[in-house]
Design a protein around this ligand. Structure first.
Ligand SMILES: [Zn+2]
Length: 282
């Protein structure tokens, strides 16, 4: 399905489902509460999508996120319950969008579930970019974090997702808020990682905000719901507060990094807390 917002056409594809520990996904929120909102398997794991947003605007194609990709060895596939059959490139091809037609790839951050689909292995085992014509844009702070990772999230940064892009000269860094194309703006939203960014799409009609992992699912719209994976929890809460205020004030469509329902329109409850008023798929 596709949504038209002004002159921007938005399509969501799944870069592969995976399963993550429900406790880690909900941080300090106890299972007695989160288990009423989402269901988990016998290993306490919840199934998530890796949402990748195709934006067609001004004759250009922008892909936000690349999903898990298809390079995982068996052990990691087992740990993360990774579904190999639905890489972002494969999903795009099914829609008649060849990888060569993507002009820009934007990644909220460089963890493997957002950057894994940017590279692939050839038959001979070499690594190569999946989107050979695309500028791949990340925040400078994110690239620094990926090259010198903190022990706490080092396992999420894999050289195989980054080095082929650098070698091909496809990696581009920006510092802070920046216009990438007319109608496509990146906003720094630190917390999950220091260089995390979210993407604002403004096609001249209602705006859409791709949140990434600052608010990975609709459940995480609640301020205290912050993943245990986040390096700076209070930073995430401040990023969320700011984004939610803007999104509610201007009635943005918000899009989640990992929810199987793609996005939502927001409002406030009787106490003034941000809440989902309507779930939206595209
Ligand atoms: Zn993620």
């Amino acid at each position: 399905m596709t949504m038209q917002l002004g002159n921007a056409t938005l399509t969501m594809v799944n870069g592969g489902d995976f399963r993550l520990d429900g406790g880690a996904m909900h941080g300090v929120v106890p299972k007695t509460i989160w288990s009423r909102l989402v269901s988990c398997d016998e290993h306490n794991r919840v199934t998530y999508a890796t949402n990748c947003l195709l934006v067609e605007i001004g004759g250009r194609r922008v892909l936000v996120e690349t999903g898990n990709g298809d390079k995982f060895p068996a052990k990691e596939r087992e740990i993360y319950g990774i579904d190999h059959d639905r890489s972002a490139a494969a999903a795009l091809r099914e829609l008649g969008v060849p990888p060569e037609s993507i002009d820009v790839v934007l990644m909220t951050h460089l963890h493997f579930d957002h950057s894994g689909g940017a590279t692939r292995r050839t038959a001979s085992g070499a690594l190569e970019p999946v989107f050979p014509r695309a500028r791949h844009v990340v925040q400078r702070r994110e690239l620094d974090a990926a090259l010198h990772p903190h022990e706490r999230n080092r396992a999420s940064y894999l050289a195989e997702n980054l080095q082929p892009l650098e070698a091909a000269g496809l990696l581009e860094v920006v510092d802070g808020e920046a216009d990438i194309l007319p109608g496509i703006r990146v906003l720094p939203t630190p917390g999950h990682t220091p260089g995390h960014q979210s993407i604002l799409v403004d096609g001249g009609g209602p705006k859409a905000l791709f949140l990434g992992d600052v608010i990975p699912t609709s459940v995480h719209v609640r301020l205290p719901f912050v993943m245990a994976y986040d390096l700076d929890v209070t930073g995430t809460i401040e990023s969320k507060r700011r984004l939610l205020d803007d999104a509610i004030k201007d009635d943005w469509l918000v899009l989640f990094g990992h929810d199987r329902r793609h996005g939502a329109r927001l409002g406030r409850d009787a106490k003034g807390q941000a809440q989902v008023s309507e779930l939206v798929d595209l």
